[in-house]
Design a protein around this ligand. Structure first.
Ligand SMILES: NC(=O)c1ccc[n+]([C@@H]2O[C@H](COP(=O)([O-])OP(=O)(O)OC[C@H]3O[C@@H](n4cnc5c(N)ncnc54)[C@H](O)[C@@H]3O)[C@@H](O)[C@H]2O)c1
Length: 262
């Protein structure tokens, strides 16, 4: 049985995409520690099941659940949300976290890669919000949290589709916020904008340059002088999932070590 303890998100039920590793897994662990039930949805079902099992070992069976989901697929969204709603007894938080990056400047990037990244990063937020709202409305107050990136606010020279997709997530979050407010729903929508965080998403660069060189290169771009930890972002997710942020909607939280202040 799930432990009936207090916590900053006690009684919340969170559906998390990309929960098998990285920021999604860290957010799931943190939300569960603070009293929420969590549904981890990922292409990598085995990974999601492993994280869910670890959470259940710590917090008690029935705290975490895992589902297969390709966030580009509408039918899979509908099915996974229905399963998670039944398992958790509702859904009150949607964390749209799954995302990918493919580099290559505007002359190099293949159209297929453009479409793939747009689909994983942006279709996912559209489909997730569209279909989760049914459940969030039944479980108000609700919160939609979309993981954009500092790259959604500041461009680079060789990341056209990552920039465009994360900028899309940024404004789509605001659109959802205004829609919910206009409808009179007590459901908020906000975006989070991290800079480099120590997750497997950085592995390609680490493999290319070696861990130390890669991390030093990234850290040099951050005024605070180092890359972030997954819990730096999980703490922001916790705040936005909790009622502590009840007056915050249509906003963006930049967790970028100072990059955007320059
Ligand atoms: N780590 C960073 O430096 C950083 C910085 C800014 C923004 N972000 C964003 O944070 C989010 C999480 O990143 P991360 O660092 O944890 O990445 P990660 O690569 O470690 O994890 C991403 C997870 O998403 C899953 N996923 C990928 N495609 C999917 C799909 N089509 N359907 C379902 N699941 C899918 C993967 O299986 C994986 O478990 C992403 O949206 C990313 O763009 C990360």
């Amino acid at each position: 049985m799930a432990k009936e303890t207090g916590g900053r998100v006690a009684g919340k039920k969170a559906f998390i995409t990309g929960g098998a590793q990285g920021l999604g897994a860290a957010a799931a662990r943190m939300l569960a520690r603070e009293g929420a039930k969590v549904a981890l949805a990922d292409l990598n079902l085995e990974g999601a099941e492993k994280v869910a099992a670890e959470i259940n070992a710590e917090r008690g069976e029935g705290t975490a659940f895992a589902y297969a989901l390709d966030v580009r697929d509408e039918a899979q969204w509908i099915y996974a949300l229905e399963m998670a709603d039944a398992a958790m007894g509702g859904i009150s938080v949607l964390l749209n976290n799954a995302g990918i990056s493919i580099g290559g400047n505007i002359e190099q990037l293949a159209f297929e890669d453009w479409k793939k990244v747009m689909s994983v990063n942006v279709d996912s937020v559209f489909l997730g919000a569209k279909h989760a709202l049914k459940y969030l409305k039944e479980n108000q107050p609700g919160s939609i949290i979309n993981i954009s990136s500092i790259a959604g606010l500041i461009a680079g020279h060789n990341t056209p589709v990552y920039n465009a997709s994360k900028a899309g997530v940024w404004l789509l979050s605001k659109n959802i916020a205004l829609h919910c407010a206009k409808q009179g729903y007590n459901i908020r929508s906000n975006s989070i904008h991290p800079t480099f965080i120590d997750t497997p998403i950085l592995d390609r660069l680490r493999d290319m340059l070696g861990k130390e060189v890669a991390e030093t290169k990234l850290a040099r771009q951050v005024p605070l002088g180092h890359i972030g930890e997954p819990d730096d972002i999980a703490n922001a997710v916790l705040y936005l999932a909790s009622d502590e942020s009840k007056f915050m909607t249509g906003a963006e939280l930049k967790l970028d070590g100072g990059i955007s202040a320059m």
